[in-house]
Design a protein around this ligand. Structure first.
Ligand SMILES: [Zn+2]
Length: 119
């Protein structure tokens, strides 16, 4: 019988680990994980790899940041163009719903209709 080791996420520490003060020396160093290069956070790792190491004991490549689009505003945890945000706000007001409820309905309708990003 093969035993699979359960990958259980450790509880996140209640107190955040304070980042080391960055002297001139640290300013030139970056995360030691393969293909990373992000700024150091702790134990020669960036914040994402530090958390990954604590949770899994492994260091996997992380997806690159999506380039920040210009002309977007923060909206319900997303960054949207003002036109889309305004339209969603209007829908929310008409329907007496929250932004989140409207975004949920919009996404679910989009999926039901056979989503394509080109539409
Ligand atoms: Zn890293």
């Amino acid at each position: 019988m093969t035993q699979r080791r359960k990958t259980r996420r450790r509880p996140v520490a209640k107190r955040r680990v304070a980042a080391r003060p960055r002297g001139d020396d640290d300013a030139t160093k970056n995360c030691v994980a393969p293909k990373c290069g992000r700024p150091l956070y702790a134990r020669e790792l960036c914040q994402t790899h530090h958390r990954m190491f604590l949770d899994t004991g492994e260091l996997q490549p992380i997806r690159p940041y999506r380039p920040r689009r210009t002309e977007t505003i923060k909206f319900g945890g997303l960054r949207l163009r003002a036109e889309a945000a305004n339209h969603l706000d209007e829908l929310a007001e008409q329907r007496h719903q929250t932004r989140t409820a409207v975004m949920t309905d919009v996404l679910e309708a989009w999926v039901r209709r056979g989503y394509k990003l080109d539409d």
